[in-house]
Design a protein around this ligand. Structure first.
Ligand SMILES: CCCCCCCCCC(=O)SCCNC(=O)CCNC(=O)[C@H](O)C(C)(C)COP(=O)(O)OP(=O)(O)OC[C@H]1O[C@@H](n2cnc3c(N)ncnc32)[C@H](O)[C@@H]1OP(=O)(O)O
Ligand SMILES: Cc1cc2nc3c(=O)[nH]c(=O)nc-3n(C[C@H](O)[C@H](O)[C@H](O)COP(=O)(O)OP(=O)(O)OC[C@H]3O[C@@H](n4cnc5c(N)ncnc54)[C@H](O)[C@@H]3O)c2cc1C
Length: 625
């Protein structure tokens, strides 16, 4: 009798399963895991606060490196319900979703549209004679494409469609639609649903497509917490049209935590392997060195560790900010919605692009063995690059942040600013003077000045172009590279200052030795990004060549100091081997034995001579083909 653990982590490695077998196996494992999660849920009432803990349980423990067919059910279907459905609808469906007696997905993106959601083509036309909506996919490009779990798993999904009533279009709204029979799982009439095929990664997520041929759903299937359609077809608008976007903000907040989880896996593998792997002699005649002793290796990996800790603290800040503002939104106070959207956008963009960049570095830092699927680094790389696209393409999200920053800058003199942007006022105040200094505080100030000057320069450029006769939209597009850069600089200033402030607070309750190591990570992160963004700092601050020389030695000194604690730092993530799923990163360090053990599991090693020898090779080599 297999234990739960063996059931979850045993069997043929996913990499040797067919696409279909991989899905079936991940569904089998998901059912085991989510039955356990369902038990946890039954012990606690689940609202948005502890919902995130539950969700990070889902994400952190998503046991297959290829994701899970139930992921979207937890990540979007339920949060959208909690934020967009009215009391009666939550009563009707939420409990069933929470105990997984229905499995949902979230269908927004279409073949033809992902970013520009106001351009979505799926329609929901209200028919007052039957008090129903008619859902329809008018074109091939209107087919929903990408929704996780929709291919073969979900029997319900939330569909985002253009709402028409009395001949008028009221824009995109959310609808709950049953897509498969709850008993037979057959697609319901008028519904064409399937799976989109093999992807670069996440091949257990079961991303699907769906098209509607005049499918009728009751009026009360429109999620009506904000906007409504009355029985006679009267449209009641939402207090704020942007509230429909709310779920995307929540998921972006979760993605920041998720990018930390993925990066923690990659650096655990790369760091442990770099402590085990010995290669080359530093001095003639000496034994070969641990590759972690090479400063170039430390440059790749220790900066990733610092980045992981930095983003973890910023994820917590974002979650706290989300909760504060979400409470205000529930009370009808929309004042900080724009700030929350801008913060969620830039932190989602920067956390995922950093995670993708550092994970790719971890892969190459492990040489050829880092290219083995059994190292888990290729799959983690495929995961992190996907996160730069889903829940909003990173470029587009940084432009959203820039849009908010320009609006803020235009109003800089009209009153106090909200917390995440009040530094703009400080560093632009008359009489504010600043001279570069090689210190954490000096670096934070420097990044804040760069951000402020970029935003100000973008606004001046936009104004000049519009004054010269260019349209607002063309001026925006012309300088959009600088707008993205302004969004990134703003985010980097926030990440460094949050890491420094929150870590300084945490260090007060640490032992002196631990506090020293944590302080070194903060310095390493700040100095690394200073050296990475030297161009901006030279353009907008008084940093000098002499400062840069000193920064470089400071950086190298930090790598030397952190090196002895590198393995201890990643062990602190405490990722069990079954979740790490890595021949290179397993806790026992038996790298070579594990590589060989995994290789022997390859079906190609089941027999000494593969059948292709007799069918192809031998006749070929004998000139008979
Ligand atoms: C956890 C990880 C596991 C894996 C899970 C994978 C899940 C993936 C699931 C998905 O991918 S679901 C699909 C996700 N799709 C997107 O994120 C689409 C991205 N596109 C957009 O969000 C919008 O199209 C975009 C913001 C880019 C532009 O929309 P609009 O053209 O309506 O906005 P516009 O730029 O004109 O701005 C209109 C106003 O809305 C505001 N706004 C836009 N999005 C908002 C938002 N989300 N929240 C609050 N406000 C928002 C914006 O700030 C602005 O306010 P102001 O007028 O006051 O300046
Ligand atoms: C693994 C994965 C899972 C997903 N899961 C889901 C899901 O469950 N449900 C769902 O609804 N969707 C899902 N998606 C879809 C995802 O949300 C979209 O892919 C994403 O929103 C980007 O849209 P797009 O693919 O149409 O890219 P596009 O918007 O076409 O972007 C392509 C390029 O155009 C650029 N671009 C687009 N608009 C602008 C602009 N205004 N200014 C400047 N540049 C621009 C982008 O920067 C990018 O470089 C998933 C995607 C992936 C990869």
């Amino acid at each position: 009798m297999l234990t739960k653990r063996e059931e979850l982590f045993g069997g043929t490695p996913d990499e040797y399963l067919s696409h279909k077998e991989k899905y079936e196996n991940s569904t089998r494992k998901a059912v085991i895991l989510f039955s356990l999660l369902r038990k946890i849920q039954e012990e606690n009432n689940t609202d948005l606060t502890n919902y995130r803990n539950l969700l990070s349980g889902v994400l952190g423990a998503s046991i297959s490196q290829d994701g899970s067919p139930f992921g979207l059910h937890y990540i979007m279907f339920m949060p959208v319900f909690m934020s967009q459905a009215d009391e009666e609808q939550q009563e009707r469906w939420l409990h069933r979703a929470l105990n997984c007696s229905i499995i949902g997905s979230y269908a927004q993106t279409e073949l033809g549209h992902g970013t520009f959601i106001r351009g979505l083509e799926t329609t929901a036309t209200y028919d007052p004679s039957t008090q129903e909506f008619v859902l329809h996919s008018p074109t091939l490009t209107s087919y929903k494409w990408w929704p996780g779990g929709l291919g073969n798993t979900a029997n319900y999904c939330i569909v985002i469609a253009q709402l028409y009533s009395k001949g008028e279009c009221h824009g995109i709204h959310s609808f709950i639609v049953q897509v498969r029979d709850e008993d037979t799982h057959m697609p319901l009439p008028g519904i064409k649903v399937g799976e989109i095929g093999v992807k670069m990664g996440l091949n257990a997520v079961n991303n699907g497509f769906i098209g509607f041929e005049n499918v009728r759903i009751p009026r009360t299937n429109m999620l009506m917490k904000h906007a409504k359609i009355l029985e006679d077809g009267t449209y009641v608008k939402s207090k704020n049209s942007k509230l429909i976007y709310g779920a995307m903000v929540f998921v972006r907040v979760v993605i920041v935590f998720d990018s930390v989880n993925y990066l923690a896996k990659a650096i655990t593998v790369a760091t442990r392997y770099s402590a085990v792997r010995r290669q080359s002699q530093l001095k003639e005649g000496e034994p070969e060195r641990q590759i972690l002793d090479y400063v170039t290796q430390q440059d790749k990996i220790l900066t990733a560790i610092a980045g992981c800790f930095a983003m973890k603290m910023n994820a917590r800040m974002l979650w706290d900010t989300f909760n504060v503002i979400n409470d205000q939104l529930h009370k009808g106070n929309m004042e900080r919605l724009g700030e929350l959207h801008a913060l969620a956008c830039c932190l989602k963009a920067i956390s995922t692009s950093d995670s993708s960049l550092f994970t790719a570095r971890c892969r190459v830092s492990c040489g050829g063995h880092g290219y083995m699927v059994s190292s888990t680094l290729p799959a983690t790389s495929a995961l992190t690059t996907a996160s730069c696209t889903y829940e909003g393409d990173n470029t587009v999200l940084l432009l959203q942040t820039a849009r908010f920053l320009l609006k803020t800058w235009r109003q800089i003199d009209t009153g106090p600013l909200t917390p995440t942007v009040e530094y703009l006022k400080t560093v632009s105040a008359p009489g504010f003077s600043y001279k570069w200094e090689n210190s954490i505080e000096g670096i934070i100030r420097g990044f804040q000045i760069v951000s402020m000057k970029k935003i100000s320069s973008c606004l001046n450029l936009m104004t000049a172009k519009v004054m010269s006769g260019m349209s607002q939209a063309d001026a925006w597009n012309t300088i959009s590279i600088q707008l993205v850069s302004a969004g990134e600089s703003h985010c980097r200033a926030i990440v460094i200052s949050t890491f420094h402030e929150d870590m300084s607070k945490a260090m007060r309750s640490m032992s002196a030795s631990l506090a020293e190591v944590m302080g070194q990570l903060v310095e390493l992160y700040a100095v690394y990004w200073t050296l990475e963004r030297l161009g901006d700092l030279l353009e907008y601050t008084s940093i000098s060549g002499a400062d840069v020389v000193k920064l470089r030695s400071w950086y190298e000194e930090l790598l030397r100091k952190i090196r002895p604690n590198a393995v201890g730092l990643v062990d602190a993530f405490d990722i069990i081997d079954e979740l790490l799923q890595s021949t290179l990163g397993a806790y026992d360090g038996r790298v070579y034995e594990r590589l060989m053990e995994e290789a022997l599991k390859s079906p190609l090693n089941a027999e000494p001579v593969n059948q292709s020898f007799h069918k192809y090779l031998k006749p070929f080599m004998q000139g008979k083909l």
